[in-house]
Design a binder for this molecule. Structure first.
Ligand SMILES: [Zn+2]
Length: 267
């Protein structure tokens, strides 16, 4: 079998998906001692990142210090209500519950049910599943380490601890802009990291959301027709055609079992 180097996944523009990151300085990463100060996001087909900060909204100065993300949360609950897929580093473990806690705090409802892809979780499961000899094994899965490991074009930035401390209590506009740039940078890093880890984890079926009709011999991950037959995938009771996708390097399999009820004939 010839080996194919990964080509970037081409995201259908019609799929409402965003690579996202929040900055939410707080003690112990807790949503009851901190607020969302920045939300940055990009659709993988866009050229540049967009971001929103709590001080972008008129009237934020009049809010009590613990409520300053009110307008930002309102914006999130309105503007993200049609997003179908979120991608983020620590997205499932941190960003998403933090956002939902802040939405609840301000009396907004939860975000709509979405597919949430956490690049950290994919990397951890694929490259660093456990401990051996009492120590973490495999690859360090922080964004800083992964961006170095994969030599990504955008490397993880750095905000000093004291700056996070100031951001929690002090309205320093210059520091806010610095953290905003840092957040946007993280989104670009995460977008490029996702391209690297996507073949190793579960990702939603993009072509269905894009309105591309399912055909028998298209990749169920990316919709590509560049499938190569690679024998069979076997379970106790079923036998599926196994494909290899030259576009996304994943291993889709035939939809119908070749044996048993409703089976297709092996060609
Ligand atoms: Zn594919």
């Amino acid at each position: 079998m010839s080996v194919h180097k990964q080509r970037p996944i081409k995201w259908p523009a019609g799929v409402k998906m965003l690579v996202v990151d929040i900055e939410a300085p707080s003690s112990s990463f807790s949503a009851d001692t901190g607020e969302i100060i920045i939300f940055a996001f990009i659709h993988p087909s866009w050229k540049s990142v967009r971001s929103v900060a709590y001080d972008d909204f008129e009237g934020w100065e009049n809010l009590y210090i613990t409520d300053r993300d009110y307008f930002l949360c309102k914006w999130i609950s309105e503007e993200l209500s049609d997003t179908e897929i979120f991608i983020g580093q620590y997205h499932v473990g941190f960003d998403l519950p933090f956002i939902n806690a802040r939405l609840a705090y301000h009396g907004f409802g939860p975000l709509r049910p979405t597919a949430n892809i956490d690049t950290y979780k994919i990397a951890k499961k694929a490259f660093n599943p456990g401990r051996s000899f009492g120590r973490p094994s495999g690859l360090g899965c922080s964004l800083a380490n992964l961006s170095k490991f994969f030599k990504l074009k955008t490397q993880k930035g750095k905000i000093h601890n004291i700056e996070w401390r100031i951001a929690m209590t002090n309205d320093d506009p210059a520091l806010m802009r610095k953290i905003e740039r840092y957040c946007r940078n993280d989104v670009l890093t995460t977008r490029d990291l996702f391209q690297k880890v996507a073949p190793f984890g579960k990702i939603p079926h993009l072509h269905l959301e894009a309105g591309i009709k399912y055909a028998a011999d298209t990749c169920n991950y990316c919709g590509s027709k560049e499938l190569m037959k690679r024998g069979y995938y076997r379970t106790d009771t079923a036998l599926y055609r196994q494909f290899y996708c030259k576009s996304c390097m994943r291993w889709p399999r035939g939809r119908k079992s070749l044996v048993g009820r409703g089976s297709q004939h092996v060609k």
